[in-house]
Write a protein that binds this ligand. Structure first.
Ligand code: NDP
Length: 470
């Protein structure tokens, strides 16, 4: 049976195995290979080894089981593993063979890999695949870039397995190099912003209308047929009402509020900063996940939490402007302090943040009375968390003036005056002082479509659920 499979799938994680099943269901014969053979065996068992599926247990066996030109879909973890796998495949590949990296690779890595393989005549395609594991099975949306000749070799296959919108296959070629992965990266950035927005609305439904997960689920469900009709809103209402057992409450309540990430949101934010093209909602969603991951810090900072309470009279707008500016100033120093603390630690510089405040007291552009007060507050104390010490120092100001901050943000919005710095400063403070965030919903949604796993508040370990999808 040498050289008989139409295509190959390398990597049998949730995406690869489902993509392989999709290919098989469209009548293609598929060879599969996975670094860890147990995974291949488990896949054979689970899938019932359908006709056309060929399991292989070495790279050489895998490549030689494919018909020429060989078409190999890679579904391995993004980053170094992709280079490792390409290095293993290269000696076995020939002119005209096509390598399609379907992972969430950085588009600049795809630019590089495209160039590297060009010299060998191997057609490299960097292709973003969206739709989670279910999409991979039933029909994903695919964003390809790289070798146009290679795309010609696989286009027929891709059109067969793609999702269809009124018959039109959702697959496109975007250009050379990493263009396909660039489009997928921005797609994921948008996904981050949408999930972040959903979690924020959930937070307001809870705090503002006193809703529990099941009531909120009903609200999202009622929205899911109108203008908000979307995969993510549908996923949200399913996730919110899912119970593992009838006797227990919704699982979402026991999901740890730490939302993880694999990089694509960050890359979108970096791209936006590099190109000078703002995408603040995406960046904020990335920051939101960072904040959620600061679980230990939030636990400690939660003693400085405050909320605005009822609004002040409109005639006090001037005071709202003054106080809001003050808190945004303090908040900016706090953000800088936290960033310096983390940099000092992770980059191994080992400096004390208090020193920065000492030299900022005079001569520099950010000198201010706040800096003087901050430094005095740090002086003579153990250098544990300087940021927490500063929060302690300024906590009373935040507590007393929160109402002005909220009023300023609301007034600016009503007046149509953009105030992104102030509103993000306020939201930063609210987030880092929150013991519990709605990031549990973001993490549950990630598990819903990607089987990315989640941690629980009631037992240790990493878990994955089907969230009632059957
Ligand atoms: P993972 O990202 O968890 O990757 C698992 C696969 O990568 C396994 O087959 C694993 O092999 C393999 N792998 C890891 N390191 C190496 C290595 N050094 N050498 C060889 N193989 C290696 O699985 P997913 O299926 O979730 O994702 C695959 C790709 O698709 C990723 O890039 C992901 O970002 C992307 N993606 C995922 C989506 C999702 O919803 N899950 C959606 C869209 C894209 P082994 O079994 O031996 O460990």
């Amino acid at each position: 049976m040498q050289g008989s499979s139409d295509v190959g799938v390398l990597g049998l994680g949730p995406m690869g195995e489902n993509f392989a099943l999709n290919l098989l269901s469209r009548g293609f014969s598929v060879s599969v290979y996975n670094r860890t053979p147990e995974r291949t065996r488990a896949f054979l068992e689970r899938s019932g080894a359908p006709e056309g599926l060929r399991a292989t247990y070495s790279v050489q066996e895998f490549v030689s089981s494919l018909s020429r030109p060989r078409r190999v879909f890679l579904f391995v973890k993004a980053g170094a593993p992709v280079d490792e796998v390409i290095a293993q495949l290269r000696p076995h590949l020939e002119e005209g063979d096509v390598l399609i990296d379907c992972g969430n690779s950085h588009f600049r890595d795809s630019d590089r890999r495209y160039q590297e393989l060009l010299g060998q005549g191997v057609d490299f395609i960097g292709m973003g695949v969206s739709g989670g594991y279910e999409g991979a099975l039933r029909g994903p949306s695919m964003m390809a870039g790289g070798s146009i000749r290679g795309y010609g070799s696989v286009e027929g296959v891709l059109r067969e397995v793609a999702a269809r919108h009124h018959g039109d296959p959702c697959v496109a070629y975007f250009g050379p190099g990493g263009s396909g992965h660039l489009v997928k990266t921005v797609h994921n950035g948008i996904e981050y912003a949408m999930m972040g927005a959903i979690a924020e609305v959930y937070g307001v439904l809870r705090a503002g209308l006193g809703m529990g997960p099941e009531e909120a689920s009903e609200v999202f469900e009622s929205w899911s047929n109108g203008e908000l009709s979307s995969f993510l809103v549908e996923a949200t209402y399913r996730v919110l009402r899912y119970r593992e057992r009838e006797s227990e409450g919704p699982l979402i309540e026991r999901v740890l509020d730490v939302a993880e990430q694999k990089g694509t949101g960050l890359w979108t934010a970096q791209l936006s900063l590099e190109l000078g093209v703002p995408s603040p909602s995406i960046s904020e969603a990335v920051h939101g996940r960072f904040v959620s991951a600061m679980k230990g810090f939030r636990e400690k900072a939660s003693r400085f939490a405050c909320s605005a309470g009822p609004s002040t009279a409109e005639s006090d707008l001037l005071e709202a402007c003054r106080s809001s500016l003050y808190l945004t100033f303090v908040s900016s120093y706090l953000q800088g302090s936290l960033l310096l603390e983390a940099s000092s630690r992770s980059l191994g510089y080992g400096f004390d943040v208090a020193e920065a405040f000492r030299v900022w007291r005079a001569g520099c552009i950010i000198r201010s009375r706040i800096v003087e007060r901050a430094y005095s507050a740090l002086l003579g104390r153990e250098a544990e968390s300087r940021t927490l010490q500063l929060m302690e120092e300024f906590h009373r100001d935040f507590r007393e003036r929160m109402v002005w901050w909220a009023d300023f943000v609301a007034a600016a919005a009503r007046l149509g005056v953009p105030a992104p710095v102030t509103s993000s400063a306020m939201n930063w403070y609210l987030s880092v002082t929150s013991r519990r965030l709605t990031a549990n919903l973001v993490q549950a949604l990630r598990d819903y479509f990607g089987r990315h796993g989640y941690q629980r508040t009631d037992m240790p370990g990493t878990f994955t659920s089907d969230w009632g999808r059957g």
